[in-house]
Ligand binder design. Structure first.
Ligand SMILES: [Zn+2]
Length: 206
């Protein structure tokens, strides 16, 4: 959520996280960051891109995101987005600076690949991190909760295209069944990584 708090009334209070403190704790400064990959542009996934004055939080970083999310969030005034994020994006676009919208799978760095997983949002992407024959998928909100393996028709309240999101979830569950791939969604309980076991009916294993 970035430094902000969003209060939608009693059911929902979204509080900004501790990202910058966490980075500092591992000895990383903001100018050290060269690339930021956004799975999608919902507020709880891109709140640290720009500060309250719409200035870049990571001044040296290239920001990677799904091109279709640009049209859906940044350009459509009817879609809610934090003002400082929208203004920051638009200012960055005007200067042609450090924005990298993508609409197909692409390798961003050795062992780091973005793969398009639309449905939750039009430009949603997931990030595959691979090394020495092992893979992990950072699912963003493409799979919001492991229970969606048991209940394929349950969709997230935030899914923009629930049918497409379901199709993509099926594809991702198959990938998580291959024995070398683990994954975690951004909202998984305790952020636990897991894989899918195929024996005796598919089930989630972490
Ligand atoms: Zn989301």
């Amino acid at each position: 959520m970035g430094p902000r708090v969003r209060d939608d009334g009693r059911p929902r209070l979204l509080v900004g996280g501790q990202l910058l403190l966490g980075l500092r704790a591992v000895g990383v400064t903001r100018p050290d960051i060269t690339d930021v990959i956004c799975t999608h542009l919902h507020a709880d996934h891109c709140g640290w891109l720009f500060d309250n004055r719409a200035q870049p939080v990571f001044p040296q970083a290239t920001i990677w995101f799904g091109a279709h999310d640009w049209h859906h969030f940044v350009l459509d005034p009817d879609i809610w987005m934090f003002d400082h994020i929208r203004h920051g994006f638009r200012a960055a676009a005007e200067t042609g600076n450090r924005l990298h919208p993508i609409n197909q799978d692409i390798t961003i760095a050795p062992g780091v690949t973005a793969t398009m997983t639309p449905g939750h949002t039009p430009g949603h992407l997931s990030v595959i991190v691979s090394s020495q024959g092992q893979r992990a998928i950072l699912l963003g909100d493409a799979i919001v909760c492991p229970v969606q393996l048991d209940e394929p028709t349950w969709h997230s309240i935030g899914d923009v295209d629930p049918d497409l999101a379901r199709t993509v979830r099926e594809r991702l569950f198959r990938e998580l069944e291959d024995g070398i791939t683990i994954g975690a969604g951004a909202h998984f309980p305790e952020l636990q990584f897991g894989r899918v076991l195929a024996a005796q009916g598919r089930r989630w294993f972490s």
